[in-house]
Ligand binder design. Structure first.
Ligand SMILES: C[S@@+](CC[C@H](N)C(=O)[O-])C[C@H]1O[C@@H](n2cnc3c(N)ncnc32)[C@H](O)[C@@H]1O
Length: 360
């Protein structure tokens, strides 16, 4: 069985590796920024439900790039590297057909999707590299034809200063697309990572005190089957989006939405096992001092409603991360910090565990 790789958002490789580690007959091979390489035997269905990855590929080529390849020699170098592995092309294609559920005798229309970075990122290289890779594939696979408009298969090529990586994209849409959500305010992969970071389980009752469109809660119910959830937001428009998301994801039966201000306590003391929250940051939510005051009040409220032994996971910008850590109560022990990026913005998922002997 050929090897695979998946692409992941910055910082989410930790979570993708955790997901892969528990799959049967799976061996991790290499983790790079943005990619995780692995070998998988047996059934491949479990790969299609990975929750923290962007896209999944059957690996065709993954080799180190020799230093200082001159532009004029790039085509020769690529041809050599691809031809070296061309005997595996048909196996890769068969695996792709198996996992993409396509009859093994079917002809396949494909296009090349090239990403060149580092020293190779030149407009003149894109066309050359794509057509060269296209012709190598056609040469070695009789059943493949190029179709840039309506391909069955995207062949992904990434060439940077360190590696040449080529893979067959397994699904047309990214695995990270969640068809059951209409409004995505935080990437679902990040929401799943937050749930994983606090070891969310089906026994947990969770609170998101600033739930916005309830993306985190929808993922908590859909992917982790958590027992019950409550979402609070002070903005009725956000709650409309949340309602819509919860009904399209069929998570509404397990989630109560409340319009309110989470700075004041609206729940029974020590009610929740887990609190997950993507706190507001960025100018539209006010100046630094204002956000700091908001965080102070929210942390106080959360502390009151969290059970002893409860877990907290907060998504926060890198700029506010230490401020938040400093204002958390002593009875929350800092558990972990996972740096990531939201678009280009450096952020982190920070987790705490509340001690079992907390004064009320
Ligand atoms: C970054 S968004 C949360 C996005 C959310 N995680 C999602 O999946 O859509 C922050 C939310 O906090 C809400 N908010 C701000 N201050 C609040 C407060 N004092 N009480 C409750 N909600 C508040 C805002 O209305 C906004 O919807």
């Amino acid at each position: 069985m050929p090897d695979f790789f998946c692409t992941v958002g910055f910082g989410l490789d930790y979570f993708a590796v955790k997901e892969l580690q528990v799959l049967p007959l799976t061996t991790l091979q290499q983790t790079l920024v943005g990619k995780v390489f692995f070998h998988k035997e047996g059934s491949l269905d479990s790969l299609l439900v990975l929750k923290t990855v962007e896209r999944l590929f059957v690996k065709v080529v993954h080799v180190e790039v020799e230093p200082n390849i001159q532009d004029s020699l790039l085509e020769d170098w690529l041809t050599c590297k691809l031809s070296h592995t061309s005997k595996f092309f048909s196996d890769c294609l068969l695996t792709w057909k198996e996992i993409a559920n396509i009859n093994s005798d079917c002809a396949v229309k494909f296009r090349i999707n090239s990403r060149l970075s580092g020293g190779f990122r030149k407009a003149s290289n894109f066309q050359r590299v794509s057509s060269l890779v296209g012709s190598v594939f056609m040469q070695h696979l009789d059943s493949c034809v190029i179709d840039v408009r309506d391909p069955d298969l995207e062949i992904f090529l990434h060439l940077n200063d360190s590696f040449l990586t080529v893979g067959l994209q397994v699904t047309k849409k990214p695995l990270s697309d969640r068809s059951y959500l209409n409004h995505i305010l935080v990437r679902s992969t990040v929401c799943v990572a937050m749930c994983m970071a606090v070891d969310l389980s089906s026994k947990d009752v969770i609170l998101d005190p600033m739930c916005g469109a309830a993306t985190i809660l929808a993922e908590a119910i859909k992917q982790f089957n958590c027992k019950a959830a409550v979402g609070v937001d002070c903005d009725p428009l956000q709650l409309k989006l949340a309602q819509d998301n919860l009904s399209t994801s069929l998570a509404f039966r397990h989630v109560d939405l409340i319009c309110g201000d989470s700075r004041s306590i609206i729940f029974k003391d020590q009610w929740f096992d887990v609190v997950l929250c993507d706190v507001p940051f960025g100018r539209k939510f006010g100046e630094f001092k204002e956000i700091q005051r908001l965080l102070t009040s929210i942390v106080k409220s959360v502390d009151i409603v969290l059970k002893p032994g409860g877990r907290v996971g907060i998504l926060i910008s890198e700029k506010l991360r230490q401020t938040l850590i400093d204002l958390c109560p002593d009875c929350w022990s800092l558990h972990n910090q996972h740096p990531l990026r939201l678009g280009t913005l450096p952020a982190a998922i920070v987790t705490w565990k509340k001690t079992l002997t907390c004064p009320i």
